[in-house]
Write a protein that binds this ligand. Structure first.
Ligand SMILES: [Zn+2]
Length: 443
């Protein structure tokens, strides 16, 4: 181990000397959007941003609807791009979010349902542990449930992704995630307690636990926030923000609800900006994983409009991170997905009928009839389009083949130290390899 590290340092010094001239050139060329990224240092930070279920078709639809044909959307304007296989370990062909994110978190393919553990269920370091060991700060941010499978892969290793309360406890006690932000209070409060966010739909988010994990977190030194004011007052270094869950989806689902008027709604980009402000205080750097889980729900429910809504969130988060990178460029940002959801396809709005495939929530709780299924003659459901391609008179719609995830490759884009390593076609475990290399770079 030591020998390897010495060798690495030795090689690094030589590489540095040899590349000194080239790097100066690269720094200039990179402004034009190409060439090699900077080398990592011991202070390098890493951010993994997942649009859950965001396959190539979803990315394209978000591009067309919001940016049109000329200007690249922020997540695709990053200078390096590649593709990732997503297949998990075990007998199945298609991954869930737990196995998909675990491949990034520990560099091993695992069984669907396991978070942060390999197929043998042995505890190995996740990127959170690795960052902690390097003296870096850590954060997990979601537009939905903080304890959701994707983030649990990093901060709550368990053999069943549904053990939400165990995951929450691990995040604050065992794995010491410094900053936790997202939705779903019920896993943090004891049975029957409403928490700080009013439950507009009776019983929707009432405490399910045995203990008050918010109080426990505060006892551990976490500051606690639950609305825009308290989030903006967070200073760290440890913070727990549990805000309105999936507020933008709720906007569609709950009659009369307006997320902008809800004081408990905090835009994900604002959560990320606050997290960066806290994490940025650590001179050793940080690791952060961010997820838009609403994007996956939209795919399961065959809801193109919510795919686009969540895609907007992903692009806003990329913009917030790029703002931060202007002053702090020593941050590797990787934007990808754990899998595609829904078998979504972009079709021309004219003439094509829709496949008669049901979403997995044909009658959502907020309605009394199926909303997102094709009609008997292939009529296009309202929330699948048509959608205008920005700046043109052309229109597209979405068609769907399954209420589940699909097994195709997903795009990955990146910027920052080692970002060039994300080019090409790789297994999803490659995200771990590159992130790990960036987090453990020697002096
Ligand atoms: Zn899913």
């Amino acid at each position: 181990m030591v020998a390897i590290q010495h060798l690495r340092r030795f090689r690094f010094v030589f590489a540095l000397a040899a590349l000194a001239g080239v790097l100066v050139l690269a720094a200039v060329v990179t402004k034009g959007g190409s060439s090699q990224a900077a080398a990592p240092t011991p202070e390098t930070s890493v951010i993994i941003l997942s649009g859950d279920g965001m396959g190539a078709q979803q990315r394209t639809a978000i591009q067309y609807a919001q940016y049109g044909l000329d200007k690249r959307q922020p997540m695709d304007a990053l200078p390096y791009a590649g593709l990732l296989d997503t297949i998990p370990a075990g007998p199945v062909a298609v991954t869930d979010s737990a196995a998909g994110a675990t491949a990034w978190a520990i560099g091993k393919k695992t069984i669907n349902g396991y978070t942060g553990l390999g197929p043998d269920l042995k505890r190995v370091p996740t990127l959170i542990d690795i960052a902690n060991a390097q003296g870096k700060s850590t954060a997990l941010v979601n537009d939905h449930d903080i304890t959701n499978a994707t983030l649990a892969a990093f901060g709550g290793p368990v053999e069943n992704r549904d053990w939400k309360i165990a995951i929450a406890k691990k995040m604050i006690h065992n794995n010491k995630v410094d900053v936790l932000m997202g939705g779903t209070e019920k896993y943090w409060y004891p049975k029957g307690e409403e928490g700080m966010i009013p439950d507009k739909i009776p019983g929707e988010d009432v405490g399910e636990g045995k203990e008050n994990l918010v109080e426990q977190a505060q006892g551990q030194g976490y500051q606690y926030a639950y609305d825009r004011d308290t989030v903006s007052g967070l200073t760290g270094p440890q913070a727990l923000a549990i805000v309105q869950d999936s507020a933008k989806r709720r906007w569609v689902e709950e009659k009369g609800y307006k997320y902008k008027k809800d004081p408990h709604y905090v835009p994900v980009k604002d959560l990320v900006t606050k997290a960066l402000e806290i994490l940025g205080q650590n001179p050793n750097g940080f690791f952060m994983a961010i997820e838009s889980d609403d994007l996956d729900s939209a795919g399961h429910e065959h809801d193109l409009k919510n795919v686009l809504q969540s895609g907007r969130t992903v692009n806003q988060v990329v913009n917030a991170i790029q703002e931060y990178r202007k002053v702090n460029p020593n941050v590797l940002l990787i934007v990808t997905a754990d899998h595609e959801t829904g078998g979504m396809t972009i079709e021309d709005a004219k003439g094509e009928t829709n496949t008669n495939s049901d979403g997995d929530d044909p009658i959502p709780y907020w309605s009394n009839k199926a909303r997102n299924n094709a009609g008997p003659n292939g009529e296009v459901p309202k929330r699948s389009g048509p959608v205008k391609i920005k700046g043109t008179n052309r229109r597209f719609k979405a068609d769907w083949t399954t209420p589940e995830h699909t097994g195709g490759m997903v795009p990955v884009t990146a910027v920052g130290p080692l970002a060039e390593k994300m080019t090409g076609v790789h297994q999803n475990t490659h995200v771990f390899d590159v992130a790990n290399e960036a987090l453990t770079a020697g002096p």
